[in-house]
Ligand binder design. Structure first.
Ligand SMILES: *Cc1c(COP(=O)(O)O)cnc(C)c1O
Length: 458
């Protein structure tokens, strides 16, 4: 019988100290970083929830595989292991290693798209959108309208709007759509899963029109586990069987191994199309490296080969999904507004509802992220008006959970800090920009608290 308590399915063999700072120090550090947490040094952060990308802990099996890395330039044994592991899960004919996900995206869109083309996706991740737009094509997000409401609890809130896909194809014509993409899980949409039924419907529409379907597969294992838990007919299947079934619906994929590859770097591009594969490999040689390493060391290929399989282990996924939900549930039960239901890799605070007294042009998400750092040394990231300027749909603060890194007591601490900030939310002031770069401004922006009649935070 399964127990009520879900434990971390590992013990800890190597530890990395984390460093406390005092509130006084953090006040100075925040000011010196111009209230932008990207500009804070990692050593000055106690719990780092900036991203789950490349920040996970590798297993003993991965570290052992690293020692087996074959650093041969061509025909490396490590590439054979990498390819076998990828094909076991994804099933595609061609496997092209890249240094991370965005390199796979750049090569894919360069080869498949031209100016005036349109690429539909449930929601483009920011690098995916940027790479589509870089080749002159248009990136169209086809999320379900009800999924845009943070509080709406849908089991598969990452699904693509199939009717909208049909309508888009009818409107712009099949010739302008070189491929469609499905992002699993839907990162920008709150880490929300896509159902098998939806993937099947999207695949059917695409293939009826002869449009190839590619998966943005970064969190494929988390998505497979959500299907196992939530979709009728899948409870007896293993996460790997579910992933295999889903990828069989597509023609290829892009992948960042920094997510469900459980590695600190790496990625790949897959396709079943021989002609495209050749063009992609030519481009790979030009900027990434020879096709049997693609910008990675042999030891990185080994770490990914093992990591992809570990990400599909049920004990790991049970813990992974439960620990993210643990954070979400423990704050939302005290009234803290979050994107519901909790996603696979992150909890998103709804900063607009958290700080209703701060207007959107005073960056409520930035103000909330700064306060979490000041209160407890926690680093999160604003996903709202600072990141997306006028195009922001919501004002969110993302707390991304690195894989296998923090224990439940770390998360209990995060809960305590968030609830403390929640208690004094009305004292938090808005922010004003004092410097911004012409694009991707959130990485380097400078801000300061607005002065005014509201009580000062500090
Ligand atoms: C991280 C991510 C990417 C890009 O991968 P990188 O390894 O960061 O280049 C693409 N799509 C999604 C959904 C992601 O989460």
């Amino acid at each position: 019988m399964p127990t009520k308590t879900i434990i971390e399915p590992f013990r800890i063999k190597s530890v990395e100290p984390i460093r406390w700072t005092t509130r006084e120090q953090r006040k100075d550090l925040l000011r010196a970083a111009h209230y932008n947490l990207f500009l804070v040094r990692a050593d000055d952060v106690l719990i780092d929830l900036l991203t789950d990308s490349g920040t996970g802990a590798m297993s003993t099996h991965q570290w052992a595989a690293v020692m087996e890395g074959d650093e041969s330039y061509a025909g490396s044994r490590s590439f054979d292991r990498f390819k076998a592991s990828v094909q076991d899960i994804f099933g595609y004919t061609h496997v092209i290693p890249t240094h991370q996900g965005r390199a796979a995206e750049r090569i894919l869109f360069h080869v498949m798209c031209k100016t005036g083309d349109v690429v539909p996706n449930n929601t483009h991740f920011d690098t995916t959108r940027a790479n589509v737009e870089f080749v002159g094509a248009e990136a169209v997000d086809l999320l379900l309208p009800e999924a845009r409401r943070p509080e709406a609890r849908l089991p598969f809130k990452g699904n693509m709007d199939v009717a909208a896909l049909d309508e888009l194809i009818a409107r712009v014509g099949r010739k302008r759509i070189p491929l469609a993409m499905l992002t699993v899980t839907n990162n920008s949409g709150g880490g929300q899963p896509v159902s098998m039924e939806n993937a099947r419907a999207v695949s059917a529409v695409c293939h009826k029109h002869g449009i190839p379907l590619y998966f943005d597969a970064c969190r494929f294992a988390e998505n497979a586990y959500f299907i196992k838990l939530r979709e009728p007919g899948y409870s007896a299947k293993s996460p790997k069987e579910i992933a295999q079934e889903m990828f069989a619906l597509g023609d290829g994929c892009t992948m960042s191994a920094k997510k469900d590859g459980m590695a600190n770097i790496g990625g790949f591009l897959c396709t079943n199309d021989d002609i495209l594969a050749r063009q992609e490999q030519d481009l790979l040689i030009l900027t990434e490296g020879y096709p049997t390493y693609g910008g990675l060391a042999g030891r990185d290929l080994e770490a990914v080969a093992v990591g992809l399989q570990e990400a599909l282990e049920e004990d790991y996924l049970r813990y992974r999904i439960a620990s993210t939900a643990y954070l979400g549930d423990h704050i939302s039960e005290h009234g803290v507004p979050i994107v519901q239901p909790p996603g696979g890799h992150a909890i998103y605070l709804d900063a607009k509802a958290f700080l209703p007294h701060i207007p959107v042009d005073q960056f409520p998400g930035v103000a909330l992220a700064a306060e979490l750092y000041l209160e407890g040394g926690i680093r999160s990231v604003e996903i709202g008006s600072l990141m997306f300027a006028g195009a922001a749909q919501m004002e969110l603060v993302r707390l991304a959970i690195p894989r296998r890194v923090y224990t439940q007591s770390h998360i209990d601490y995060v809960v305590e800090i968030i609830l403390r900030v929640w208690e004094k939310r009305m004292q938090i002031r808005g922010m004003r920009l004092t410097y911004e770069a012409p694009f991707l401004r959130h990485f380097t922006a400078h801000l300061e608290p607005v002065s005014g009649s509201t009580a000062a935070t500090e």
